[in-house]
Design a protein around this ligand. Structure first.
Ligand code: PMP
Length: 344
């Protein structure tokens, strides 16, 4: 059947409705059927398009935003890109405070989208005046007519996924999903999606992914904030050194932690085996699937949705760069090298 020519009013109409793609080779050795929810299909190439579009639309509906106003945010990159994209379309000024852990590619992209970017040190306490939280807060206070998205502490971050990612997955799996595997940073994605799915079927298991060096898993298990869990790590966007209120810990059944090295190797494997060029945390999510499988979480009847948050192009200087991998001391099996030695 011939498709009718379809025209969009602007790029924002393409946010959401990302595909669910069955994984083939990577999950051959695991019981169950596995589907990737590939968020790189959003126009800004990550799940954060949903959050930026939802929060700014809500602010407009409440009359909190006028054209020319300023949007301020702290971000590891993706949220910033999405806010910059929405701001460009809607005519807002976008000011972003980002961590110096963010890749240079990401920072350059934000600037290309018209954002003003302030690069702040990652390894200082959240309440240090140099931290990206404090810098964003100060800019917000000093800028009349600005709104601060504050994604880690904004309940609307959860709602964005409750109203989009959750219903999409439910519909795409015809209600047959048994497990959701998702990374947790702000927690918005996993919490909003989980709330919707659990409302539809409380039996669905919500399996979170955390990073070594982050407090989330320990907090989930003990409801104690344990400073000893905190140390620096490489994966951007996963885990946290504070407890975000955008995480609904009660909606999550379990967490596993993954290493920087295994997540990076796994991202490369996804590209080579499934043809899906995805980001560092997609590798983390897939590594989490493997660890959950070893724990015996899945059976042959399991229908598991794994959320892949963003696109691989944002990590060319990091996980997809052989030298960077070597510099981290990460093992690169011959079949995972960008250019195998035999072809050099
Ligand atoms: N992956 C990437 C690449 C991200 O930027 C983020 C956001 N920090 C996440 C995963 C985690 O998503 P959320 O913030 O919704 O928990």
């Amino acid at each position: 059947m011939k498709k009718e020519l379809q025209v969009y009013d602007n790029i924002l109409q393409l946010v959401g409705d990302t595909p669910l793609i069955q994984l083939q080779k990577m999950t051959e050795d695991i019981s169950g059927t596995f589907y990737a929810k590939v968020e790189a299909f959003n126009p800004g190439h990550s799940a954060k398009d949903r959050v930026a579009h939802f929060i700014l639309s809500q602010a407009e509906e409440k009359g909190l935003l006028q054209p020319g106003d300023t949007i301020v945010e702290t971000t590891s990159g993706n949220t910033g890109f999405s806010i910059a994209m929405v701001s460009a379309v809607k005519g807002y000024k976008c000011i972003l405070a980002v961590s110096d852990k963010s890749s240079k590619d990401k920072i350059d992209m934000l600037r290309a989208m018209g954002a003003e970017v302030h690069v702040c040190p990652a390894n200082v306490a959240a309440d240090d005046p140099r931290s990206y939280y404090e810098v964003a807060k100060r800019i917000h206070l000093e800028t009349p007519g600005s709104i601060y998205i504050n994604q880690y502490f904004n309940e609307l971050n959860i709602d964005a996924h409750y109203h989009s990612t959750g219903p999409e997955i439910w519909k795409q799996t015809e209600g047959k999903i048994t497990h959701l595997v998702a990374c947790s940073g702000t927690g918005g994605t996993i919490s909003g999606t989980a709330r919707y799915l659990k409302e539809m079927n409380p039996e669905i298991k919500i399996l979170g992914i955390d990073a070594y060096g982050s407090v989330l898993k320990k907090y989930h298990e003990t409801r104690q904030f344990d400073e000893n869990e905190i140390y620096s790590y490489k994966i951007e966007g996963l885990g946290k050194n504070l407890i975000p209120t955008a995480t609904d810990f009660d909606a999550i059944d379990e967490f596993v932690k993954v290493t920087d090295e295994s997540a990076a190797q796994m991202a490369r494997t996804i590209a080579k085996e499934e043809g899906l060029f995805v980001g560092y945390t997609s590798g983390a999510a897939m590594q989490g699937v493997k660890q959950y499988a070893l724990q015996g979480q899945f059976t042959k009847d399991s229908k598991v949705v794994v959320l892949f948050p963003d696109h691989g192009s944002r990590y060319m200087a990091k996980i997809y760069n052989d030298q960077w991998m070597e510099d981290q001391g990460f093992e690169l099996h011959e079949n995972l090298k960008a250019i195998p030695n035999s072809q050099k």
